[in-house]
Ligand binder design. Structure first.
Ligand code: FES
Length: 162
């Protein structure tokens, strides 16, 4: 009788210990594998909102920062500056979004207000308003980005150069 009681208590205490250990371990294991079970990195594949169409004057390129959010397995980073672009709103309200980097060797392109042209300070590359190369060593016109206007907002796919 005494042996049965001891045996019962031993089994009961081991069982209870196992249940308590599982209760503590399960959330910890879940916490560890949670990032493996969902998409944990995002941020640059979507169209990014650059602002309202009326924020961009017609016929005058405007240089603005492209900001987005990114997430890794455990952190969300809001409002990260991804880079800059030149935005040109045309008379017909269509939009060109150009890379700020020269297609020759990557220098930063400026807008020449007097010349009404994009100018590269490094080797004299010159581009017209449509981004076409006019003179200098650049082998092609300015790179531009895939763009769309949605709900009166200018959206750019910052991953897709054209
Ligand atoms: S980097 Fe612009 S012309 Fe060379």
């Amino acid at each position: 009788m005494e042996n049965n009681r001891r045996r019962f208590l031993k089994i009961a205490s081991h069982s209870l210990g196992g249940i308590l250990a599982a209760g503590i371990a399960a959330p910890l294991v879940g916490l560890g594998i949670h990032p493996l079970l969902k998409e944990t990195v995002y941020g640059t594949e979507d169209f990014i909102n650059l602002g309202k169409l009326e924020d961009f004057p017609v016929g005058v390129p405007k240089k603005i920062n492209v900001t987005s959010s990114k997430m890794d397995a455990w952190n969300v980073f809001e409002g990260l500056v991804m880079g800059s672009v030149w935005v040109l709103r045309k008379e017909d309200n269509s939009i060109n979004v150009f890379s700020v980097n020269c297609p020759h060797l990557g220098c930063g392109i400026n807008w020449g207000e007097e010349e009404k042209q994009f100018l590269c300070p490094c080797h004299g590359g010159v581009f017209d308003m449509s981004g076409k190369v006019i003179s200098g060593p650049p082998p092609r016109g300015l790179y531009s980005y895939d763009t769309k206007i949605q709900n009166n907002s200018v959206l750019v796919n910052y991953n897709k150069l054209i």
